[in-house]
Design a protein around this ligand. Structure first.
Ligand SMILES: Cc1cc2nc3c(=O)[nH]c(=O)nc-3n(C[C@H](O)[C@H](O)[C@H](O)COP(=O)(O)O)c2cc1C
Length: 308
């Protein structure tokens, strides 16, 4: 049974995953604590927490609110900064067989380019995921992903500074995601990942004010799965590069839906916070499905649900 997938077929280096199951950014931090709980070498890839040029303390508490079938977060890109990541985390990653993809976020195209430049040649880093859709920061983040022009500008800036495969992560908080996906692919992205969280909020009725310290937050988990699935279905038919599906995946059937909608690989986020073994269970379920259905290569399932 062939489970391996190539996420960057047009990049010099390529990004070959032994299977299509990855963790989603922000839900396993830098993977190091996670590796103490889960046999990460079985996974396709680890995507680390969104990283900025300088360390960020993140948003005021509370940062998490549970909703019906979902989670609202307003973490606000709390992170240690790119220099500490390179010095303190990458040496551990360099000893792993599982590829690590560094998720980056910034307030300007120049800064995105600087982040990419810093990651060039760093042992332990196999790819870059460019977050142009973070709803939880005051400056930068989501607005880059809300127009085809700025999304393409950031993509070009990053690509010009790196030989690493570049995945651009799209926001669902737009009128139409397809032209943005096309602009990013046209600007040289090796792959696209979608979706980031959907903007929302909660009110504390006792205090009569917004519940989250950051006021609004990003909704994730099962509640957003149908939205993500529809976007993956549409985007994967509109671009030539691989699409990574993300949003509400909690079991193998969810992942298979995304793959049949057109995703080459999947990322699992909120489900990790409920059960850190969720990605491995998803992988085992995919394998069982393929065995049962006599599917020899996972590639044969990609986009199978597309209307002919
Ligand atoms: C607590 C939390 C933190 C997150 N941090 C990031 C981040 O730093 N960068 C990013 O691109 N996405 C971040 N995300 C978004 C996830 O990677 C993912 O796109 C989203 O949650 C949808 O997938 P899910 O429903 O499986 O969680 C975060 C999500 C959560 C729940």
């Amino acid at each position: 049974m062939k489970l391996s997938v190539e996420l960057a077929p047009h990049s010099q280096r390529g990004l070959l995953l032994k299977n299509p199951v990855m963790t989603a950014s922000g839900t396993v931090e830098y993977g190091i604590e996670y590796a103490k709980m889960v046999d990460i070498k079985q996974l396709g890839a680890i995507v680390c927490k969104g990283t900025t040029l300088t360390p960020r303390p993140g948003n005021p508490q509370p940062r998490l609110a549970e909703t019906a079938s979902g989670l609202l977060n307003s973490v606000g890109l709390q992170n240690i900064g790119i220099d500490a990541l390179i010095k303190e985390k990458a040496p551990t990653w360099a000893t792993w067989s599982v590829p690590v993809i560094v998720n980056i976020a910034s307030e300007s195209a120049e800064e995105y380019a600087q982040l990419a430049r810093k990651l060039e040649g760093v042992a332990g880093v196999s790819g870059i995921e460019v977050n142009i859709g973070c709803p939880n920061v005051v400056k930068g983040g989501m607005e880059f992903g809300q127009s085809p022009e700025t999304a393409a500008e950031v993509t070009k800036a990053v690509k010009s500074q790196t030989s690493l495969p570049v995945i651009v992560k799209l926001t669902p908080n737009v009128t139409d995601i397809v032209p943005i996906a096309q602009a990013v692919a046209g600007a040289g992205a090796d792959a696209l990942s979608l979706i980031n969280t959907v903007v929302g909020m909660a009110i504390d009725i006792t205090q009569r004010k917004p519940f989250l310290g950051g006021i609004s937050g990003g909704l994730s988990g099962p509640a957003i799965k149908p939205i993500a699935l529809h976007m993956v279905y549409r985007v994967s038919q509109a671009v030539e590069v691989p699409v990574i599906g993300c949003g509400g995946i909690g079991c193998a059937d969810d992942a298979l839906e995304f793959i049949m909608a057109g995703a080459t690989a999947v990322q699992i986020g909120t489900a990790n916070m409920v059960d850190p073994n969720a990605p491995l269970e998803v992988l085992e379920g995919i394998e069982r499905f393929m065995e049962r259905e006599g599917i020899k290569d996972i590639a044969d399932l990609v986009g199978m649900a597309k209307a002919s």
